[in-house]
Design a protein around this ligand. Structure first.
Ligand code: G1P
Length: 298
């Protein structure tokens, strides 16, 4: 069991998915690069990780994802053009978003075998230290960074943490679901987990929202993990083994903000509306246009 709380310095972002739900938009553009207002979905999630103090960003990519690497690099031609035009603010904004040289790593998943396999592909880059895992489809939007809340909880609990939030009971079969000791507590010990439970069999209505703090022992379990729900190598199955066989502590951290599943059209569109309505430079005009639209089409 892990009692020493090593700091969480690295975060893994699995970004190899094909994005078939967004065709034809995702034929040449990775789904993670679709924008919520004017930032790629992935940039929002990297922002969350940086706000939590993450220093190294590990992207598990796949074929046709090259622009993700370009996005997290300096764009020399663009910057010199902006400089020639005196666009200081834009240059500063680009610089603020950019991780420092050496703070990003990229590896490829090669075959789409599931989330567990994608995470396992990051094993050499993570090494023997605990790490954060953020699923970029799930945009977490609240007062504080969800991952920052988790790292704060980790400073007390150590071990492994999973962010959770309630979902309607008729949706539990779409997610990983956890049972906890105290359903009302912000941080509670996890008693059991199941990936995509059959309707009516979920241990609670708390779903795994796509933010994790994991100990590196998970990699050895993922290496021999058999396929689970949907015929895929499931991270949840290795976490169950870690909890039951390795006796590693697992805590759930409730996220109280809004979560938008940007892997679904509805979630993606809602995220765009919600975040645009919070933007000082857009909100008033956008609200006026939305009212006009809804007034006509409702
Ligand atoms: C994955 C996880 C699941 C989690 C979900 C959140 O499932 O396996 O436990 O609830 O992400 O989006 P997927 O969406 O890859 O089917």
């Amino acid at each position: 069991m892990n009692t020493v709380k090593k700091p969480i310095r690295k975060a893994v972002f699995p970004v190899a998915g094909l994005g078939t739900r967004f065709l034809p938009a995702t034929k040449a553009v990775p789904k993670e690069m679709l924008t919520v207002v004017d930032r790629p979905v992935l940039q929002h999630v990297v922002d969350e990780a940086r706000a939590a103090g993450i220093e190294h960003f590990i992207f598990v990519t796949g074929r046709n994802k090259g622009v993700i690497e370009d996005h997290f690099d300096k764009q020399f031609e663009l910057e010199s053009t902006l400089a020639a035009r005196g666009k200081k603010k834009e240059i500063e904004a680009l610089a603020r978003d950019l991780p420092q040289a050496g703070q990003t790593s990229f590896t490829r998943q090669q075959s789409p075998l599931g989330l567990g396999h994608a995470v396992w592909c990051a094993r050499e880059l993570v090494g023997n230290e605990p790490f954060a895992l953020l699923l970029p489809d799930m945009l977490h939007h609240g007062q504080t960074s969800c991952l920052a809340d988790m790292i704060e909880a980790y400073s007390k609990t150590g071990g492994n943490l999973i962010a959770v939030a309630p979902v309607p009971e008729d949706q539990t079969h779409q997610y990983g679901i956890v049972g906890v000791k105290d359903v009302k507590a912000k941080v509670s010990e996890i008693t059991n987990m199941v990936e995509k439970p059959q309707p009516g069999t979920a241990p609670s209505n708390l779903h795994i929202t796509g933010r994790y703090v994991l100990q590196p022992e998970v990699f050895a379990l993922l290496e021999k993990q058999e396929r689970g729900a949907g015929g895929e190598i499931q991270l949840t199955d290795s976490m169950i083994a870690m909890m039951n066989d390795d006796k590693q502590p697992f805590h759930a951290v409730r996220f109280d903000g809004d979560i938008y599943d940007c892997g679904s059209k509805l979630g993606f569109l809602t995220a765009n509306v919600a975040l645009a309505l919070e933007r000082e430079d857009l909100a008033d005009d956008f609200r006026r246009d939305l009212k006009r639209l809804i007034g006509t089409n409702a």
